[in-house]
Design a protein around this ligand. Structure first.
Ligand code: ACO
Ligand code: PYR
Ligand code: MG
Length: 349
């Protein structure tokens, strides 16, 4: 483990200084683009103003024989639109550390995209050692190509070993921006007997005892991801980085997608992935607090201007702790309001 003083030192001579705080950014949806497809890439300038983050995906879902085309397509796409000018984050998901494409992904993207890249998403992170390696590798490349700001890292939590080490991963480097749940690979890694990409499962439930009258027994579906999610959220919050829900594969089930995203939002996540254009609006709706919640939160802050004491609002006790909850909501609303004039008006912020 690095010493406290060493933690924020650049890892290469000439590399930019590590960030001490996360940049303030709204990241309600990370929109995945397959950059090897000319048709989809051509739509990026039109999609970009509707999302918070555009991500060029180079890993799973890109066929092996299109990996080079996806990387080249991402570099072209990254330079064709002024994402920073639109206030849109530019991310890429690289191939995993032991893959034949990893080295070219990292080296060519740092050289070809440079300071335009905000975040590199690293799949299948098993422990802090994977982040330490990326940290050093990026520092050397940033120095060589004269980058002015450090590229941040986002880990996907998608192996049993990664879940075991999630706290150490979250705190492994000042580059860490956040962690996403990767339910598909995690299910495989854990030998879960499912074929879904995230969401619930109708067979994972509890059932009441047999009824004396032999009538049908009440059963309730449980959340198969809750344990992992809660562990990931706590690890991220403790280390001051952001947790995200990952992908929801049932594109044809927007209602279940909205519920999965909402569970993540309520538990503390900053956003989720959108795999298909139809999921962008779902993420935007869910990860923007309800104006009525913001209005009530503002009343709590007004009732206790210095954040201490006790107050009653509509029959509900408020104190220093609910003041802090209210501040979380209002701060979130304020960041979104700065980006979205319609929500600014709805929030009165
Ligand atoms: C487990 C994990 O790792 S998840 C992350 C990896 N997976 C991904 O990144 C998948 C990304 N998404 C996609 O590839 C596609 O959305 C698919 C394969 C899921 C569905 O694609 P399609 O069957 O073509 O969807 P559909 O026909 O509804 O598309 C409608 C339009 O939106 C476009 N579109 C689809 N997905 C995207 C996208 N992610 N971004 C931009 N445009 C898109 C299509 O090209 C199509 O355009 P058109 O009307 O001009 O023909
Ligand atoms: C998100 C991802 O990569 C997975 O679910 O495997
Ligand atoms: Mg995966």
């Amino acid at each position: 483990m690095k010493t406290a003083r060493g933690f924020f030192k650049p890892l290469a001579i000439g590399a930019p200084a590590p960030l001490r705080d996360l940049p303030v950014r709204v990241e309600r949806m990370i929109h995945f683009v397959p950059p090897h497809l000319d048709k989809v890439r051509a739509k990026v300038p039109e999609i970009a103003p509707t999302v918070d983050v555009i991500l060029g995906n180079l890993e799973d879902a890109i066929p092996a024989d299109a990996k080079d085309a996806a990387r080249a397509g991402f570099i072209e796409m990254a330079n064709a639109t002024d994402f920073a000018g639109l206030g849109v984050g530019l991310w890429t998901r690289i191939n995993c550390l032991n893959s034949p494409w990893h080295f070219d992904d990292v080296t060519q993207i740092v050289e070809g995209v440079g300071d335009r890249l905000d975040v590199m998403m690293v799949p299948k992170v098993e422990g802090p050692w994977d982040i330490h390696y990326m940290d050093q590798f990026l520092a050397v490349l940033e120095a060589r190509h004269g980058l002015k700001k450090p590229i941040q890292l986002h880990a996907i939590l998608e192996t049993a070993e990664g879940v075991m080490n999630v706290e150490a991963i979250a705190g492994a480097s000042p580059r860490m921006q956040g962690i996403s749940l990767g339910p598909a690979d995690l299910a495989a890694s854990r030998q879960m007997k499912t074929t879904r990409v995230g969401g619930g499962h109708p067979f994972y439930k509890v059932i009441e005892d047999p009824r004396a009258d032999g009538g049908p027994r009440v059963a309730a579906q449980q959340d198969i991801w809750h344990y992992t999610f809660a562990k990931m959220v706590d690890a991220c919050a403790a280390h001051g980085i952001k947790p995200f829900y990952g992908p929801f594969g049932a594109i044809d089930d927007p209602e279940a997608c909205e519920q999965q995203f909402r569970n993540a939002f309520l538990l503390g996540c900053a956003g989720a992935w959108s795999l298909h254009p139809s999921q962008i609006a779902i993420a935007k709706k869910v990860f923007s607090p309800d104006p009525a919640e913001i209005a009530f939160a503002k009343r709590i802050l007004e009732a206790m201007p210095d954040g201490t004491g006790v107050a009653m609002l509509d029959g509900k006790m408020q104190d220093d702790a609910t003041w802090k909850q209210a501040k979380v909501l209002v701060d979130c609303g304020r960041q979104i309001a700065a980006r979205d004039p319609d929500l600014a008006a709805a929030y009165g912020l």
